[in-house]
Design a protein around this ligand. Structure first.
Ligand code: NAD
Length: 454
Protein backbone atom coordinates (compact mmCIF):
# COMPACT_ATOMS: atom_id res chain seq x y z
CA UNK A 1 0.00 0.00 0.00
CA UNK A 2 1.42 3.39 -0.98
CA UNK A 3 1.08 6.30 1.38
CA UNK A 4 0.87 9.54 -0.56
CA UNK A 5 1.36 13.11 0.61
CA UNK A 6 -1.77 14.89 -0.70
CA UNK A 7 0.03 18.25 -0.83
CA UNK A 8 2.83 17.04 -3.12
CA UNK A 9 1.57 13.69 -4.48
CA UNK A 10 4.91 12.15 -3.43
CA UNK A 11 4.97 8.61 -2.09
CA UNK A 12 5.94 8.90 1.58
CA UNK A 13 6.24 5.19 2.22
CA UNK A 14 5.18 1.78 0.98
CA UNK A 15 3.78 -0.52 3.58
CA UNK A 16 2.62 -4.15 3.61
CA UNK A 17 -1.11 -4.71 4.06
CA UNK A 18 -2.49 -7.29 6.44
CA UNK A 19 -4.10 -10.35 4.89
CA UNK A 20 -7.06 -12.29 6.30
CA UNK A 21 -4.48 -14.77 7.68
CA UNK A 22 -2.37 -12.18 9.52
CA UNK A 23 -5.55 -10.51 10.82
CA UNK A 24 -6.73 -13.85 12.20
CA UNK A 25 -3.32 -14.34 13.88
CA UNK A 26 -3.66 -10.92 15.50
CA UNK A 27 -7.13 -11.81 16.67
CA UNK A 28 -5.88 -15.07 18.24
CA UNK A 29 -3.15 -13.13 20.03
CA UNK A 30 -5.57 -10.55 21.44
CA UNK A 31 -8.00 -13.29 22.41
CA UNK A 32 -5.36 -14.67 24.77
CA UNK A 33 -4.18 -11.30 26.07
CA UNK A 34 -7.59 -9.77 26.75
CA UNK A 35 -8.40 -12.09 29.65
CA UNK A 36 -5.29 -11.03 31.59
CA UNK A 37 -5.91 -7.40 30.74
CA UNK A 38 -9.44 -7.55 32.10
CA UNK A 39 -7.98 -8.91 35.36
CA UNK A 40 -5.56 -5.94 35.71
CA UNK A 41 -7.06 -3.56 38.30
CA UNK A 42 -8.88 -0.63 36.71
CA UNK A 43 -6.51 1.85 38.37
CA UNK A 44 -3.51 0.24 36.65
CA UNK A 45 -5.25 0.26 33.29
CA UNK A 46 -5.92 3.96 33.78
CA UNK A 47 -2.26 4.51 34.77
CA UNK A 48 -1.15 3.18 31.37
CA UNK A 49 -3.51 5.60 29.64
CA UNK A 50 -2.05 8.45 31.75
CA UNK A 51 1.38 7.56 30.40
CA UNK A 52 -0.01 7.57 26.85
CA UNK A 53 -1.50 11.02 27.55
CA UNK A 54 1.97 12.32 28.52
CA UNK A 55 3.69 10.67 25.56
CA UNK A 56 1.32 12.39 23.12
CA UNK A 57 2.54 15.71 24.50
CA UNK A 58 6.22 14.75 24.60
CA UNK A 59 6.18 13.53 20.98
CA UNK A 60 3.75 16.08 19.57
CA UNK A 61 6.20 17.63 17.07
CA UNK A 62 6.85 14.31 15.38
CA UNK A 63 3.18 13.28 15.54
CA UNK A 64 1.92 16.57 14.10
CA UNK A 65 4.48 16.47 11.27
CA UNK A 66 3.41 12.95 10.29
CA UNK A 67 -0.29 13.83 10.41
CA UNK A 68 0.25 16.86 8.19
CA UNK A 69 2.35 14.84 5.76
CA UNK A 70 -0.13 12.02 5.29
CA UNK A 71 -3.50 13.83 5.39
CA UNK A 72 -2.46 17.37 4.41
CA UNK A 73 -3.89 18.97 7.56
CA UNK A 74 -2.47 22.49 8.15
CA UNK A 75 0.27 22.02 10.75
CA UNK A 76 -1.29 24.18 13.47
CA UNK A 77 -4.50 22.15 13.11
CA UNK A 78 -2.49 18.95 13.55
CA UNK A 79 -1.21 20.31 16.87
CA UNK A 80 -4.75 21.36 17.79
CA UNK A 81 -5.97 17.84 17.10
CA UNK A 82 -3.34 16.24 19.32
CA UNK A 83 -4.13 18.70 22.11
CA UNK A 84 -7.85 18.06 21.63
CA UNK A 85 -7.29 14.31 21.85
CA UNK A 86 -5.37 14.81 25.11
CA UNK A 87 -8.33 16.74 26.56
CA UNK A 88 -10.63 13.83 25.71
CA UNK A 89 -8.20 11.34 27.27
CA UNK A 90 -8.09 13.50 30.39
CA UNK A 91 -11.87 13.25 30.61
CA UNK A 92 -11.68 9.44 30.45
CA UNK A 93 -8.86 9.34 33.03
CA UNK A 94 -10.86 11.48 35.46
CA UNK A 95 -14.27 9.87 34.99
CA UNK A 96 -13.89 6.19 34.11
CA UNK A 97 -13.52 4.85 37.67
CA UNK A 98 -16.81 6.44 38.66
CA UNK A 99 -18.80 5.00 35.76
CA UNK A 100 -17.20 1.54 35.77
CA UNK A 101 -17.41 0.90 39.51
CA UNK A 102 -19.81 -1.74 40.79
CA UNK A 103 -23.14 -0.08 41.44
CA UNK A 104 -25.17 -1.08 44.49
CA UNK A 105 -28.88 -0.76 43.85
CA UNK A 106 -30.24 -2.20 47.12
CA UNK A 107 -27.97 -3.13 50.03
CA UNK A 108 -30.54 -3.40 52.84
CA UNK A 109 -33.17 -5.81 51.50
CA UNK A 110 -33.10 -9.59 51.96
CA UNK A 111 -32.03 -9.84 48.36
CA UNK A 112 -29.22 -7.41 47.72
CA UNK A 113 -28.80 -6.15 44.17
CA UNK A 114 -25.88 -4.68 42.28
CA UNK A 115 -24.68 -4.03 38.74
CA UNK A 116 -21.17 -5.03 37.73
CA UNK A 117 -19.74 -3.68 34.47
CA UNK A 118 -17.78 -6.27 32.50
CA UNK A 119 -15.75 -5.73 29.30
CA UNK A 120 -17.37 -6.59 25.99
CA UNK A 121 -14.33 -8.73 25.07
CA UNK A 122 -12.51 -8.06 21.81
CA UNK A 123 -13.69 -5.16 19.75
CA UNK A 124 -12.76 -3.76 16.35
CA UNK A 125 -12.29 -0.07 15.77
CA UNK A 126 -12.55 0.66 12.04
CA UNK A 127 -11.59 4.30 11.78
CA UNK A 128 -11.56 7.39 9.53
CA UNK A 129 -8.65 9.59 8.46
CA UNK A 130 -10.02 13.10 8.93
CA UNK A 131 -9.31 13.28 12.69
CA UNK A 132 -7.43 10.04 13.36
CA UNK A 133 -6.42 11.04 16.90
CA UNK A 134 -9.84 12.32 17.94
CA UNK A 135 -11.96 9.53 16.48
CA UNK A 136 -9.37 6.94 17.55
CA UNK A 137 -9.35 8.18 21.14
CA UNK A 138 -13.19 8.12 21.32
CA UNK A 139 -13.06 4.34 20.98
CA UNK A 140 -9.61 2.99 21.79
CA UNK A 141 -9.16 4.72 25.16
CA UNK A 142 -12.49 3.80 26.85
CA UNK A 143 -12.28 0.31 25.30
CA UNK A 144 -8.85 -0.30 26.87
CA UNK A 145 -9.81 1.27 30.20
CA UNK A 146 -12.89 -0.97 30.21
CA UNK A 147 -10.70 -4.08 29.95
CA UNK A 148 -11.26 -4.93 26.28
CA UNK A 149 -8.83 -6.17 23.66
CA UNK A 150 -8.75 -3.96 20.57
CA UNK A 151 -8.14 -4.63 16.89
CA UNK A 152 -7.59 -1.14 15.56
CA UNK A 153 -7.84 -0.48 11.84
CA UNK A 154 -6.81 3.06 11.01
CA UNK A 155 -7.93 4.40 7.66
CA UNK A 156 -5.56 3.61 4.79
CA UNK A 157 -5.14 7.41 4.52
CA UNK A 158 -3.84 7.78 8.08
CA UNK A 159 -1.84 4.58 8.54
CA UNK A 160 1.36 6.24 9.77
CA UNK A 161 -0.60 8.03 12.49
CA UNK A 162 -2.18 4.70 13.40
CA UNK A 163 1.29 3.21 13.77
CA UNK A 164 2.33 6.11 16.03
CA UNK A 165 -0.72 5.48 18.21
CA UNK A 166 0.20 1.79 18.47
CA UNK A 167 3.85 2.54 19.33
CA UNK A 168 2.94 5.04 22.03
CA UNK A 169 0.32 2.74 23.58
CA UNK A 170 2.95 -0.02 23.84
CA UNK A 171 5.47 2.44 25.31
CA UNK A 172 2.81 3.45 27.82
CA UNK A 173 2.47 -0.14 29.01
CA UNK A 174 -0.48 -1.50 27.03
CA UNK A 175 0.52 -5.13 26.33
CA UNK A 176 1.04 -6.06 22.68
CA UNK A 177 -1.46 -8.89 22.97
CA UNK A 178 -4.19 -6.46 24.04
CA UNK A 179 -3.97 -3.91 21.24
CA UNK A 180 -3.15 -4.84 17.64
CA UNK A 181 -3.17 -2.67 14.57
CA UNK A 182 -4.64 -3.91 11.27
CA UNK A 183 -3.09 -2.29 8.21
CA UNK A 184 -4.98 -2.01 4.95
CA UNK A 185 -7.91 -0.70 2.97
CA UNK A 186 -11.54 -1.84 2.80
CA UNK A 187 -10.54 -5.50 2.42
CA UNK A 188 -8.78 -5.44 5.80
CA UNK A 189 -11.90 -3.90 7.35
CA UNK A 190 -14.02 -6.61 5.73
CA UNK A 191 -11.76 -9.34 7.16
CA UNK A 192 -12.50 -7.97 10.63
CA UNK A 193 -16.22 -8.39 9.98
CA UNK A 194 -15.63 -12.10 9.37
CA UNK A 195 -14.07 -12.64 12.82
CA UNK A 196 -16.20 -13.54 15.86
CA UNK A 197 -15.61 -10.24 17.67
CA UNK A 198 -17.69 -8.85 20.54
CA UNK A 199 -18.20 -5.36 19.17
CA UNK A 200 -17.70 -3.19 16.10
CA UNK A 201 -17.04 0.53 16.48
CA UNK A 202 -16.89 2.34 13.18
CA UNK A 203 -16.22 5.90 12.08
CA UNK A 204 -16.58 6.72 8.41
CA UNK A 205 -19.01 7.18 5.57
CA UNK A 206 -22.69 6.24 5.55
CA UNK A 207 -22.19 3.67 2.77
CA UNK A 208 -19.49 1.74 4.61
CA UNK A 209 -21.36 2.08 7.90
CA UNK A 210 -24.52 0.64 6.41
CA UNK A 211 -22.53 -2.25 4.94
CA UNK A 212 -20.95 -2.96 8.33
CA UNK A 213 -24.35 -2.84 10.08
CA UNK A 214 -25.76 -5.31 7.54
CA UNK A 215 -22.79 -7.68 7.73
CA UNK A 216 -22.69 -7.77 11.53
CA UNK A 217 -26.45 -7.87 12.18
CA UNK A 218 -26.52 -11.66 12.68
CA UNK A 219 -23.73 -11.60 15.24
CA UNK A 220 -25.87 -10.03 17.98
CA UNK A 221 -23.01 -7.85 19.29
CA UNK A 222 -22.62 -4.13 19.92
CA UNK A 223 -22.32 -2.12 16.72
CA UNK A 224 -21.79 1.63 16.85
CA UNK A 225 -21.54 3.84 13.80
CA UNK A 226 -20.33 7.44 13.64
CA UNK A 227 -21.10 8.52 10.10
CA UNK A 228 -21.30 11.55 7.88
CA UNK A 229 -23.42 14.65 8.07
CA UNK A 230 -24.86 17.57 6.12
CA UNK A 231 -24.95 19.92 9.05
CA UNK A 232 -27.00 23.13 8.74
CA UNK A 233 -26.35 26.52 10.33
CA UNK A 234 -29.14 29.09 10.53
CA UNK A 235 -28.56 32.82 11.06
CA UNK A 236 -31.56 34.68 12.46
CA UNK A 237 -32.25 38.32 11.65
CA UNK A 238 -31.65 39.55 15.21
CA UNK A 239 -27.87 38.98 15.41
CA UNK A 240 -25.82 42.02 16.45
CA UNK A 241 -22.56 41.40 14.70
CA UNK A 242 -22.92 40.03 11.18
CA UNK A 243 -19.13 39.97 10.63
CA UNK A 244 -18.50 37.91 13.74
CA UNK A 245 -21.21 35.37 12.88
CA UNK A 246 -19.93 35.15 9.29
CA UNK A 247 -16.42 34.49 10.66
CA UNK A 248 -17.68 31.73 12.97
CA UNK A 249 -19.74 30.12 10.20
CA UNK A 250 -16.83 30.28 7.77
CA UNK A 251 -14.47 28.66 10.24
CA UNK A 252 -17.06 25.94 10.89
CA UNK A 253 -17.29 25.32 7.14
CA UNK A 254 -13.62 25.26 6.18
CA UNK A 255 -11.68 24.16 9.29
CA UNK A 256 -9.69 21.01 8.43
CA UNK A 257 -10.28 22.02 4.79
CA UNK A 258 -13.98 21.27 5.32
CA UNK A 259 -13.30 17.63 6.14
CA UNK A 260 -15.01 17.41 9.52
CA UNK A 261 -17.98 15.16 10.17
CA UNK A 262 -19.64 18.11 11.94
CA UNK A 263 -18.44 20.78 9.51
CA UNK A 264 -21.03 23.42 8.62
CA UNK A 265 -22.20 22.06 5.25
CA UNK A 266 -25.08 24.45 4.44
CA UNK A 267 -26.06 27.91 5.67
CA UNK A 268 -29.52 29.50 5.86
CA UNK A 269 -29.90 33.23 6.44
CA UNK A 270 -33.06 35.16 7.21
CA UNK A 271 -33.89 37.42 4.26
CA UNK A 272 -33.56 40.78 6.11
CA UNK A 273 -29.85 40.25 6.68
CA UNK A 274 -29.12 37.90 3.76
CA UNK A 275 -27.23 40.35 1.50
CA UNK A 276 -25.23 41.76 4.39
CA UNK A 277 -24.28 38.28 5.59
CA UNK A 278 -23.31 37.03 2.11
CA UNK A 279 -21.07 40.10 1.60
CA UNK A 280 -19.37 39.65 4.98
CA UNK A 281 -18.93 35.90 4.46
CA UNK A 282 -17.55 36.34 0.94
CA UNK A 283 -15.11 39.08 1.96
CA UNK A 284 -13.67 36.82 4.64
CA UNK A 285 -13.58 33.71 2.45
CA UNK A 286 -11.52 35.62 -0.13
CA UNK A 287 -8.83 36.17 2.50
CA UNK A 288 -8.35 32.49 3.35
CA UNK A 289 -4.79 31.35 2.71
CA UNK A 290 -4.54 28.08 0.80
CA UNK A 291 -1.16 26.43 0.38
CA UNK A 292 1.53 24.19 1.75
CA UNK A 293 0.10 22.72 4.96
CA UNK A 294 3.50 22.89 6.68
CA UNK A 295 3.48 26.73 6.42
CA UNK A 296 2.32 28.41 9.61
CA UNK A 297 0.09 30.86 7.71
CA UNK A 298 -1.80 28.18 5.76
CA UNK A 299 -5.49 27.87 6.63
CA UNK A 300 -6.61 25.61 3.78
CA UNK A 301 -4.56 22.56 2.84
CA UNK A 302 -5.19 19.97 0.16
CA UNK A 303 -8.14 17.62 0.50
CA UNK A 304 -6.84 14.25 1.65
CA UNK A 305 -8.20 12.09 -1.14
CA UNK A 306 -7.83 12.80 -4.84
CA UNK A 307 -11.34 11.51 -5.71
CA UNK A 308 -12.87 14.29 -3.62
CA UNK A 309 -11.75 16.91 -6.16
CA UNK A 310 -14.07 15.56 -8.85
CA UNK A 311 -16.97 15.36 -6.38
CA UNK A 312 -16.49 18.98 -5.30
CA UNK A 313 -16.18 20.14 -8.89
CA UNK A 314 -19.39 18.31 -9.82
CA UNK A 315 -21.27 19.82 -6.86
CA UNK A 316 -20.18 23.36 -7.81
CA UNK A 317 -21.02 22.80 -11.49
CA UNK A 318 -24.46 21.43 -10.60
CA UNK A 319 -25.07 24.41 -8.27
CA UNK A 320 -24.12 26.83 -11.05
CA UNK A 321 -26.61 25.14 -13.41
CA UNK A 322 -29.37 25.43 -10.81
CA UNK A 323 -28.90 29.19 -10.46
CA UNK A 324 -26.25 29.38 -7.74
CA UNK A 325 -23.89 32.37 -7.76
CA UNK A 326 -20.29 31.20 -7.27
CA UNK A 327 -18.83 34.21 -5.44
CA UNK A 328 -15.47 32.77 -4.42
CA UNK A 329 -13.38 29.89 -5.82
CA UNK A 330 -15.06 27.00 -7.59
CA UNK A 331 -12.05 25.17 -9.05
CA UNK A 332 -9.29 22.76 -8.25
CA UNK A 333 -5.83 24.31 -8.31
CA UNK A 334 -3.59 23.41 -11.22
CA UNK A 335 -0.29 21.67 -10.48
CA UNK A 336 0.74 19.15 -7.85
CA UNK A 337 -1.39 18.40 -4.84
CA UNK A 338 -5.11 17.88 -4.28
CA UNK A 339 -6.03 21.51 -3.72
CA UNK A 340 -9.57 22.88 -4.14
CA UNK A 341 -10.21 26.60 -3.74
CA UNK A 342 -12.39 27.67 -0.82
CA UNK A 343 -15.75 28.13 -2.54
CA UNK A 344 -18.87 30.11 -1.66
CA UNK A 345 -22.12 29.60 -3.57
CA UNK A 346 -24.91 32.10 -2.82
CA UNK A 347 -28.61 31.71 -3.73
CA UNK A 348 -28.39 27.99 -3.07
CA UNK A 349 -31.47 25.76 -2.99
CA UNK A 350 -32.39 22.17 -2.26
CA UNK A 351 -32.35 21.07 -5.89
CA UNK A 352 -28.57 21.32 -5.64
CA UNK A 353 -26.37 18.38 -4.66
CA UNK A 354 -24.31 20.97 -2.77
CA UNK A 355 -27.17 21.37 -0.28
CA UNK A 356 -28.17 17.70 -0.07
CA UNK A 357 -25.03 15.52 -0.27
CA UNK A 358 -22.02 15.61 2.04
CA UNK A 359 -19.31 17.78 0.43
CA UNK A 360 -16.40 17.07 2.77
CA UNK A 361 -14.35 19.91 1.33
CA UNK A 362 -13.99 23.70 1.52
CA UNK A 363 -17.21 24.50 -0.35
CA UNK A 364 -20.40 25.93 1.10
CA UNK A 365 -23.83 26.99 -0.12
CA UNK A 366 -25.83 29.85 1.39
CA UNK A 367 -29.62 29.96 1.03
CA UNK A 368 -32.10 32.74 1.83
CA UNK A 369 -35.09 31.87 4.06
CA UNK A 370 -38.14 33.98 4.91
CA UNK A 371 -38.57 33.03 8.57
CA UNK A 372 -37.82 30.47 11.30
CA UNK A 373 -40.44 28.05 9.98
CA UNK A 374 -38.91 27.93 6.55
CA UNK A 375 -35.46 27.55 8.12
CA UNK A 376 -36.64 24.58 10.18
CA UNK A 377 -38.19 22.99 7.12
CA UNK A 378 -34.95 23.35 5.15
CA UNK A 379 -32.69 22.27 8.01
CA UNK A 380 -34.73 19.09 8.49
CA UNK A 381 -34.77 18.25 4.78
CA UNK A 382 -31.84 15.81 4.92
CA UNK A 383 -31.20 12.10 5.42
CA UNK A 384 -28.51 13.00 7.98
CA UNK A 385 -28.80 13.97 11.65
CA UNK A 386 -25.45 14.83 13.21
CA UNK A 387 -25.54 18.50 14.30
CA UNK A 388 -27.45 21.74 13.68
CA UNK A 389 -26.53 25.30 14.71
CA UNK A 390 -28.55 28.47 15.27
CA UNK A 391 -27.18 32.00 15.67
CA UNK A 392 -29.47 34.50 17.38
CA UNK A 393 -29.57 36.98 20.25
CA UNK A 394 -32.64 35.27 21.62
CA UNK A 395 -32.08 31.94 23.38
CA UNK A 396 -35.77 31.02 23.54
CA UNK A 397 -36.22 31.64 19.82
CA UNK A 398 -33.07 29.64 19.04
CA UNK A 399 -34.13 26.77 21.29
CA UNK A 400 -37.54 26.63 19.63
CA UNK A 401 -35.65 25.74 16.43
CA UNK A 402 -33.11 23.44 18.15
CA UNK A 403 -35.90 21.42 19.72
CA UNK A 404 -37.26 20.55 16.29
CA UNK A 405 -33.95 19.22 14.97
CA UNK A 406 -33.64 15.44 14.67
CA UNK A 407 -29.88 15.53 15.34
CA UNK A 408 -27.59 14.18 18.05
CA UNK A 409 -26.17 17.65 18.77
CA UNK A 410 -27.51 21.22 18.61
CA UNK A 411 -25.61 24.47 19.03
CA UNK A 412 -26.65 27.99 19.98
CA UNK A 413 -24.17 30.68 18.87
CA UNK A 414 -21.45 28.11 18.21
CA UNK A 415 -20.86 25.28 15.75
CA UNK A 416 -18.48 22.51 14.70
CA UNK A 417 -17.46 21.61 18.25
CA UNK A 418 -17.32 18.42 20.30
CA UNK A 419 -17.13 18.15 24.08
CA UNK A 420 -15.70 15.08 25.83
CA UNK A 421 -18.33 15.46 28.56
CA UNK A 422 -21.30 15.27 26.16
CA UNK A 423 -22.44 12.26 24.14
CA UNK A 424 -21.40 12.35 20.49
CA UNK A 425 -24.06 10.67 18.39
CA UNK A 426 -25.73 10.84 15.03
CA UNK A 427 -29.33 10.11 14.13
CA UNK A 428 -30.77 8.78 10.86
CA UNK A 429 -27.93 8.25 8.33
CA UNK A 430 -25.42 9.89 10.68
CA UNK A 431 -25.10 6.87 12.92
CA UNK A 432 -26.04 4.56 15.74
CA UNK A 433 -24.98 4.72 19.38
CA UNK A 434 -22.82 7.31 21.12
CA UNK A 435 -19.23 7.86 22.15
CA UNK A 436 -17.79 10.33 24.72
CA UNK A 437 -19.35 11.33 28.04
CA UNK A 438 -20.37 8.69 30.58
CA UNK A 439 -22.39 7.03 27.81
CA UNK A 440 -19.19 6.58 25.81
CA UNK A 441 -17.47 5.00 28.83
CA UNK A 442 -20.32 2.57 29.39
CA UNK A 443 -20.49 1.75 25.65
CA UNK A 444 -17.47 -0.55 26.06
CA UNK A 445 -18.78 -2.61 28.96
CA UNK A 446 -21.85 -4.75 29.54
CA UNK A 447 -23.88 -4.77 32.75
CA UNK A 448 -24.27 -7.93 34.79
CA UNK A 449 -27.10 -7.90 37.33
CA UNK A 450 -26.28 -9.60 40.67
CA UNK A 451 -29.14 -10.87 42.89
CA UNK A 452 -27.55 -11.80 46.24
CA UNK A 453 -29.27 -13.63 49.10
CA UNK A 454 -27.63 -14.61 52.36
P1 NAD B 1 -14.85 5.35 4.68
O1 NAD B 1 -16.20 4.81 4.96
O2 NAD B 1 -14.38 5.43 3.28
O3 NAD B 1 -13.74 4.53 5.47
C1 NAD B 1 -13.78 4.37 6.87
C2 NAD B 1 -13.04 3.10 7.25
O4 NAD B 1 -13.74 1.96 6.78
C3 NAD B 1 -11.63 3.01 6.68
O5 NAD B 1 -10.78 2.48 7.67
C4 NAD B 1 -11.81 2.03 5.53
O6 NAD B 1 -10.63 1.33 5.19
C5 NAD B 1 -12.86 1.10 6.09
N1 NAD B 1 -13.64 0.36 5.09
C6 NAD B 1 -13.92 0.70 3.80
N2 NAD B 1 -14.70 -0.23 3.21
C7 NAD B 1 -14.95 -1.19 4.15
C8 NAD B 1 -15.70 -2.39 4.16
N3 NAD B 1 -16.35 -2.81 3.09
N4 NAD B 1 -15.73 -3.12 5.30
C9 NAD B 1 -15.08 -2.72 6.41
N5 NAD B 1 -14.33 -1.58 6.46
C10 NAD B 1 -14.27 -0.83 5.34
O7 NAD B 1 -14.85 6.81 5.36
P2 NAD B 1 -13.64 7.89 5.40
O8 NAD B 1 -13.49 8.50 4.06
O9 NAD B 1 -12.44 7.32 6.05
O10 NAD B 1 -14.22 8.96 6.41
C11 NAD B 1 -14.98 10.07 6.00
C12 NAD B 1 -16.39 9.94 6.50
O11 NAD B 1 -16.40 9.72 7.90
C13 NAD B 1 -17.22 11.17 6.26
O12 NAD B 1 -18.50 10.80 5.81
C14 NAD B 1 -17.31 11.78 7.67
O13 NAD B 1 -18.41 12.62 7.85
C15 NAD B 1 -17.33 10.58 8.53
N6 NAD B 1 -16.90 10.87 9.90
C16 NAD B 1 -17.84 10.84 10.91
C17 NAD B 1 -17.47 11.15 12.21
C18 NAD B 1 -18.49 11.17 13.33
O14 NAD B 1 -18.07 11.28 14.46
N7 NAD B 1 -19.77 11.06 13.06
C19 NAD B 1 -16.15 11.49 12.49
C20 NAD B 1 -15.22 11.50 11.45
C21 NAD B 1 -15.62 11.18 10.16
Amino acid sequence: MRIINPATEEVIQEIAEDTPETITEKYELVKKGQKDWAAVPLEKRINAIEKFYSLLDERKDELAATLTREVGKPLQQSYNEINGARKRIEYFIRNSARWLADEWITEEDATREKIVYEPLGIIANISAWNYPYLVGVNVVIPALIGGNGVLYKPSEFSTLTGLHIQRLLYLAGIPEDVFEIVIGKGAAGKALLDLPLNGYFFTGSYNTGKYIAEQTARKMVSVQLELGGKDPLYVMDDIDDVNAVAAAALEGAVYNTGQSCCAVERIYVQEKIYDHFVDAFTAQAKKLVMGNPTDKTTEIGPVSRKEQLALLEAQVEDARKQGGRVLVGGHRREGKGYFFEPTVVADANHNMKLMMEESFGPVIGIQKVKDDNEAVEMMKDTPYGLTAAVYSKNQARAEAVMKQMNTGTVYWNCCDRVSAALPWSGRKNSGLGATLSYIGIRAFVQPKAYHLRG
